[in-house]
Design a protein around this ligand. Structure first.
Ligand code: OOG
Ligand code: NI
Length: 443
């Protein structure tokens, strides 16, 4: 096997995300309607940052939930075949959801530009089920299921041994991998156990009772989430009331998301008993600039204030959100100079630096350097909790005292998760070094 005959992981990822999209469109027809609406709205928009139009058409994220360490560790290997690494740790127990999560995604800027497909992946925290007997029953069901096909496992091993897959192997891999994320109408348990797990938490039933971690949503990226949200009802889609995340701004930051409610789907329990399950939904998102740790801290504080203030009687969430966020500069230059957001620098072609300054501010003022916003590629735990909640229905809010357990998550994964801030920082620094070298002033 020569390296030349192996396909780029970026290409395998693109094929896989397209196959997932086609499968989900069949399974959840409203997702197809949403894709059409997003394409319509995006076509009439000026771009954000330098993300290409091609990237935008391909761009989406998905979400899955698994039940055991072994399942998570194998997913890690499966996603690695497609050039996706675990980035970030998200503790959702604080939001009353008994899972913790990471996002598998490409990390190199060139790979992100080709196709930034990401999968938000949650691991159930069985230790948060209080009833010991129920916990053991759930464990037993999970340990008996096999969520990967033998073919998928064999091709993962082959990719690891060869350092990649050939074109034909990649085609087979995509088909085999798809099986893990397919919806299965037949539950793994009888109606009684489903009900007990469902009563403990709806999400526990969703993870434990099925043959595999069915994809629960796929999310296209729009350039104007307010426009898509406003046009959803006319297309027969009922969105959740509020858009999660920051308000609409001239300079979009982080991530804004909204979803439509999960479908009620018929299922068949063991013993041929009919029932129904609601888990799968649709979502759209608008991405803005990635914030630095300082910017992110400001964001978290402002959002906290919004939540406090909007509890007051008669207050309107959207109005409070807009008001509170006026405290954050809505101007690229201010965000950059205050160190609140990440930028990619580039030298202005043909320009010769007038002084020997290496200071980005001076070079920008002299017209020799440009700074483009770096797109946020990750997720927001408070928003994720809002999306989880809107699909779990009222009354599912619970209290979990435990807090996060990143060490346990990484032990299950079999590797540390990457630090997203370090990735953004490196991207900014490398772009600045390259630009300075192009201007004739290397470090
Ligand atoms: C994942 C919810 C998180 C997002 O976009 O924040 C998410 C789930 O429901 O499994 O996808
Ligand atoms: Ni999502």
């Amino acid at each position: 096997m020569t390296a030349a005959s192996l396909l780029s992981p970026d290409l395998i990822r693109t094929r896989f995300s397209q196959a997932m999209s086609a499968m989900y469109r069949q399974e959840v027809p409203q997702y197809g309607t949403l894709l059409e609406l997003v394409a319509e709205v995006n076509a009439g928009q000026p771009g954000f940052s330098r993300d290409s139009a091609e990237r935008l058409d391909l761009e989406r994220h998905g979400a899955i939930r698994v039940g055991t360490a072994a399942e998570l560790a194998t997913l890690h290997r499966l996603f690695a075949v497609m050039g996706m690494q675990p980035v970030g740790y998200y503790d959702l127990s604080v939001a009353g959801v008994p899972v913790h999560s990471t996002a598998f995604r490409p990390v190199a800027p060139a790979a992100l530009q080709i196709n930034p497909f990401r999968v938000f992946t949650s691991l159930l925290r069985l230790e948060l089920i209080e009833d010991a007997e129920l916990r053991q029953l759930a464990e037993k069901v999970l340990h008996e299921r096999r969520i990967f096909t033998p073919g998928a496992l064999e091709l993962i091993e082959r990719a690891e041994a060869q350092g990649g897959l050939t074109d034909a192997e990649a085609a087979a891999f995509v088909q085999e991998a798809l099986e893990t994320f397919r919806w299965h109408r037949e539950a793994n348990v009888d109606a009684n156990l489903y009900q007990r797990l469902h009563d403990a938490h709806r999400l526990i039933a969703d993870v434990v009772c099925f043959k595999g971690p069915h994809i629960n949503h796929l999310t296209p990226r729009t350039l104007d989430i307010d426009a898509v949200q406003a046009r959803m009802p006319a297309r027969g889609i009922a969105p959740k009331e509020t858009i999660e995340g920051p308000p609409r701004r001239q300079c979009p930051i982080l991530l804004r998301q909204t979803s439509f409610k999960a479908l009620e789907e018929p299922i068949l329990f063991k013993g041929e008993v009919q029932g129904s399950h609601t888990a799968r939904f649709g979502e759209i998102e608008q991405r803005g600039i990635a914030l630095t740790p300082a910017g992110r801290q400001r964001y978290d504080e402002l959002l906290q204030e919004v939540r406090q203030r909007s509890k007051a009687a008669g207050s309107d969430y959207a109005t409070v959100l807009a008001e509170v966020f006026q405290a954050l500069p809505d101007n690229w230059d201010e965000l950059r100079r205050q160190g609140l957001a990440w930028f990619r620098y580039r030298a202005v072609a043909g320009s010769q630096a007038a002084s020997d300054s290496r200071d980005p501010d001076a070079l920008i003022a002299a017209g020799q350097l440009l700074a483009d916003p770096i797109t946020y590629e990750d997720f927001l735990p408070v928003s994720a909790a809002g999306i989880f909640q809107s699909n779990l229905g009222a009354g599912s809010q619970q209290e979990y005292q435990s807090g996060g357990n990143r060490a346990a998550f990484e032990a299950a994964l079999g590797a540390p998760v990457l630090d997203e801030m370090a990735l953004y920082e490196r991207q900014q620094q490398e772009s600045l070094d390259t630009a300075l070298a192009a201007l004739g002033r290397p470090a």
